[in-house]
Design a protein around this ligand. Structure first.
Ligand code: NAD
Length: 397
């Protein structure tokens, strides 16, 4: 097996390399947090689709190490090959698997396109053979594309306003300069395609397939993740193409919830989560600047959370064993409540008005944003010797 010294190669919101030891370290930190903060038992079988990064990775770790669940994980990741590093999500799951095996916990991963029929069929076969009925299903996909398994048509999502051209300030992640961007309005086809990719259709398809295979346990719960966010990003997020998809996801949750309550005493919810640095959120125009300001304000207020803390709170207070969710007037769980606190939002809005290239580092946590972005790919973690060659190929044991 090949070893290499791996350095970060960053282009805007993409990092072209990954560091296996750093990714493993990230996972170890989240596992320690889950073990410290959750009861260690209480969940039976959990399916996580989109399990390898961001909110889905935290859902996997919280279920497996925080609640003693048996987890079936589904993600679209690439293993290391020769001297070419794998994707960060691959190394994350490799470490989750390694730690789970060492502790006698059960996780299996299906690596493939979750939008496709063969992957759903593989998941159903694995569940029937080695798990039994599912108690909790977390749907945490963030993808730019989806091939509809019925029509074979590939849909591409986009991040555009619906309505007039949107002009805003943003930060150029290559030059660290504040600049203006203008995004042309979406066409009807853009909206429909984004809803196809990021709306609720595929979540519902999974649940229908699992129900048909008689794999939903009595009292089954399912959750998918959504975002609302502040006024500054509304035109490009909540009132844009991705917002239309999130509205579709939320409407799907309501429909599924009614159906599941009637049939198996189950539930389907959307949880609105906080804006955090993930591969998906870094790619959204304007959002990185908002996150840099939000981090500054929330860290100063002492209520900043990462994906691990957010998911632990979601399980403890809303969807975990014995919890009854508190829902907003639209029927949604809100773990973005601390982000959306009017005092936090007013402080961020005031900084937003002042931010320039010159004062960016002083008035925002841009350094924190950049650091966290690099840690997603395994770089800049304490205790990792980045000058030493590392093994590229790590199997999912
Ligand atoms: P992420 O980019 O960190 O992770 C995406 C996951 O989806 C990965 O596990 C990836 O392997 C998987 N995936 C993508 N395409 C796939 C495919 N075709 N088949 C199988 N797996 C696939 O994303 P994230 O930011 O954690 O987002 C997850 C969800 O949380 C999304 O619905 C997002 O809108 C929502 N959310 C994110 C934020 C945020 O700030 N990051 C805030 C609120 C809600």
């Amino acid at each position: 097996m090949a070893q290499a010294v791996i350095n970060p190669r960053i282009r805007g919101f993409l990092c072209l390399t990954t560091h296996p030891t750093g990714c493993a370290k990230n996972v170890q930190q989240q596992v320690a947090l889950a073990k410290k903060s959750a009861p260690g038992k209480g969940l039976g079988n959990v399916l996580v689709v989109g399990s390898s990064a961001g909110y889905g990775l935290s859902s996997t770790i919280t279920s497996l190490f925080g609640y003693g669940a048996k987890v079936l994980s589904v993600a679209f990741e690439r293993p290391g090959n020769g001297d070419r590093p794998g994707s960060a999500g691959w190394y994350n799951l490799a470490e989750v698997h390694r730690l789970a095996k060492a502790e006698g916990r059960h996780i299996e991963t299906i690596c493939g396109d979750a939008f496709s029929l063969p992957v759903t069929e593989q998941a159903i076969a694995a569940l029937k053979a080695r798990y039994g009925k599912i108690d909790t299903f977390v749907y945490s996909l963030a993808s730019p594309k989806r091939t509809d398994p019925v029509t074979g048509v590939t849909h591409t999502s986009c991040l555009k306003p619906i309505g007039p051209t949107y002009t805003s300030r943003t930060v150029d992640l290559d030059t660290d300069a504040i600049k203006e961007i203008s995004i042309a309005p979406a066409t009807d086809a853009d909206v429909a395609n984004t809803v196809k990719v990021m709306g609720g259709e595929d979540w519902e398809r999974w649940i229908t397939a699992l129900a048909a295979a008689d794999l939903l346990a009595p009292g089954f719960k399912t959750v998918a993740y959504s975002y609302i966010g502040p006024v500054m990003t509304h035109a490009v997020y909540r009132a844009g193409t991705i917002g239309a998809a999130k509205e579709h996801l939320e409407a799907t949750a309501k429909r599924l919830d009614t159906l599941l309550q009637k049939t198996i005493g189950g539930h389907a919810w959307v949880s609105v989560n906080k804006a955090l640095v993930t591969q998906a959120s870094s790619a959204i125009p304007v959002v990185p600047l908002y996150i840099a300001l939000l981090y500054k304000v929330m860290k100063e207020a002492g209520n900043h959370e990462g994906t691990g803390e957010q998911i632990l709170r979601l399980f403890r207070d809303h969807i975990g064993p014995g919890a009854t969710p508190t829902l907003d007037d639209q029927g949604r769980i809100r773990v973005d409540d601390w982000e959306m606190d009017p005092k936090i939002q007013a402080a961020v809005a005031a900084l937003w008005e002042q931010v320039t290239t010159e004062n960016l580092s002083a008035i925002s946590d841009y350094a924190g944003f950049k650091h966290e972005f690099r840690t997603l790919f395994g770089f800049e973690l304490d205790g990792v010797d980045y000058g030493a060659p590392v093994e590229i190929e790590h199997p999912l044991v």
